[in-house]
Design a protein around this ligand. Structure first.
Ligand SMILES: C[S@@+](CC[C@H](N)C(=O)[O-])C[C@H]1O[C@@H](n2cnc3c(N)ncnc32)[C@H](O)[C@@H]1O
Length: 226
């Protein structure tokens, strides 16, 4: 059995065109030897220029997706082909991960890969196997593509659950969604897809910590109890 994980509304995007001509952004990119069109929006570097951006508190945290990608692709569940992985971004792009993708461990290489992906739309290995694909789409499009109409969602203000209970719900339903943004809540559109909204503690937990722990509980059900 395969389950699907969607990292939703991830704060992962190339620099918006409106910011690419900002002198502060140009000089920040230059420090890394890059042109603005080859950089990801990053709050730690472009904070002052982000002032006029809509939803600025939810955007510009590519490190969140970077960490989740490392955790997912190194998990036994993904490596054994039992976890489909997608990143849905703030701007409604969907990145689909193929099997056995080994992403770069260094952040600057990850940034280069994502910028390249948005330009080329597909990244293949030396044998022509598709590793990553990006297209316009919403969370519901990903689920529909998997023959599903809902997924277990994780949010602090949901129904109290342990990681173990959450994994059992996911196995029953087939998919789960974790937010790839630093603060705020899911959009009403994404939240309307949740079959259940589960809260794992009264405090906010880092996205990659939630992902790792949920995946481990799924492994206990799907891999280790075989
Ligand atoms: C850093 S949080 C986003 C901030 C959000 N206000 C929050 O506290 O959940 C990123 C994601 O991790 C998951 N998450 C964080 N803390 C959680 C909790 N206590 N229970 C369930 N999910 C949580 C949610 O999917 C959330 O969208």
């Amino acid at each position: 059995m395969k389950v699907t994980f969607i990292l939703a509304e991830a704060a992962l995007e190339t620099l918006p065109v409106s910011l690419q001509k900002d002198p502060r952004v140009i000089s920040s990119c230059k420090k890394f030897g890059k042109k603005p069109e080859n950089c990801l929006l990053d709050k730690s570097l472009h904070y002052w220029a982000m002032d006029k951006l809509k939803d600025k508190e939810k955007r510009g945290r590519p490190d969140i997706a970077f960490r989740v990608v490392q955790d997912v692709t190194s998990s036994p569940l993904y490596k054994s082909g039992m976890l489909n992985f997608f990143i849905h971004t703030y701007n409604d792009y969907v990145i689909e991960f193929g099997d056995n993708v080994r992403p770069p461990h260094a952040y600057f290489r990850f940034e280069g890969l994502i910028v390249d992906l948005f330009k080329k739309k597909t990244i293949k290995d030396a044998n022509g196997k598709v590793l990553l694909q990006v297209r316009h789409g919403k969370v519901k499009d990903v689920l529909n593509g998997m023959g599903l109409s809902s997924a277990v969602g994780f949010e602090i203000n949901g129904e109290k659950s342990t990681y173990e209970q959450a994994a059992a719900e996911i196995v029953a339903g087939g998919a789960f969604i974790i937010g790839g943004f630093p603060s705020g809540n899911f959009s009403t559109e994404t939240a309307s897809i949740f079959s259940k909204k589960l809260s794992l503690s009264q405090e906010t937990i880092e996205t990659d910590t939630v992902a790792c722990r949920v995946i481990y509980e799924l492994e206990k059900i799907l891999l280790f109890k075989k």
